[in-house]
Design a binder for this molecule. Sequence first.
Ligand SMILES: Cc1cc2nc3c(=O)[nH]c(=O)nc-3n(C[C@H](O)[C@H](O)[C@H](O)COP(=O)(O)O)c2cc1C
Ligand code: SF4
Length: 299
Amino acid sequence: MPRPETGIVRRGLRPYDKHMACIPVMFFSGSGSTALIAELIAGRLAARGHDAPLLSVEQNSDPGLLGACDLAVIGTPTYHNCPAGTLLDWIARWPPGAGPARAFLFATFGLYTGNAPHLLGQALAARGVRTVGHTGFRGPASDSVMMLPAWIGFMFRYERRIARRIDTAAGQIAALAEQPDAPGRLPPRRWYAPLDHVPNRVIARNRFRRRLAPGLRVLPGRWQGEAVDCPRGCWQAGPGGVPVCDPADCDFCLRCVHRSPRRAVIWDAAMQDRPRLDPAFYAARRAEIAAQFPPVDAG
Ligand SMILES: Cc1cc2nc3c(=O)[nH]c(=O)nc-3n(C[C@H](O)[C@H](O)[C@H](O)COP(=O)(O)O)c2cc1C
Ligand code: SF4
C-alpha cells in the first residue's frame, strides 16, 4: 500500500487527514526526565491537532507498531555520551521493516550529549529509518545528583526556556509531518566528543560497572515489600523476599535508585539520604513547565 502524502496509516490508530498526522512519541527513560519531555512534546503535538500517542520502549515492545508510521519522535537519555542501551537493544531487535520511515530524535542530558544523538541516528539508519530532525534538552543530571554536592543547584533544573524549546521542537515535528520529502539530517558527529571518551566513557562508566553497580542493594529497614522498578530485570527476590540485584545486564539508568519508595535502594551508605529524582520531583517539574507553554498558533 503506498504511503499517504503526510501522516501515517497504522493498526489501531485513527487515520490521518490533511490536517492531522499520527506521530507516535517513543522513548526510553531511567529516572523519568526523558519520559517527561516525551510527554510534553506529545502534548504540544496534540495541542496542534495531531494524534501523538506516547509509547515507552518497555510497555510497547511490539516494534511493528511503528512499522506503518511515516514519522515518529524517538527520545533517549544520554548515558556516558551514548544513547540508552535499553533503547538501542530494542531497535536492534526490530524485524526488517519494523521501524518508522522517518524519525525526529531528541536526547536529554545533564551536561552535554557527546555523540549520543549521532549514535542513535546511526542505529536507526541501520534499520532503514531516516532521521529528519533532532534536538536536545538539558535537564536534571540523574547521575550527578547522586554523587556531587547537593548545593550544585543546576543539576536539579531544566534549562531556561525549556517550555519554549519543547514547543519549538513540537512545531518543527508538526512541520516535518507535512513535508514527506524533507531531507535527512543525521545528527553530526562531534569531533570534540572523543576528547571526553577516556574520562566519561572509559573511567566513569567503568566506575559504575565495577564499583557502583555491584553495590546496588535494598536497605531492609526502608523496604516494605515493593518490587524494584528495573527496565532490564536485574532485580529478583532474594532471601526473605528482599529484592537482590544482579548487575550483569545493568545499563546504569538509575531508575531503581531514583524511584524506590523511601529511598530504599542505594549503592553506598553515603548516598542513602541524597534527594532523588522521583515521580513527585518530575510531577512538580511537569506543572512548572506546562504553566509556561505559549499558546498554540492554530494557523
Ligand atoms: C549512568 C549515567 C551516565 C550519564 N552520563 C551523562 C553524560 O555522559 N552526559 C550528560 O550530559 N549527562 C549524563 N547523564 C545524565 C542524564 O543524561 C540525564 O540526567 C538524563 O536526562 C536522564 O534521563 P532519564 O531520567 O530519562 O534517564 C548520565 C546519567 C547517568 C545515570
Ligand atoms: S539495576 Fe537499576 S541502574 Fe541497573 S538497569 Fe536496573 S534500574 Fe537501571
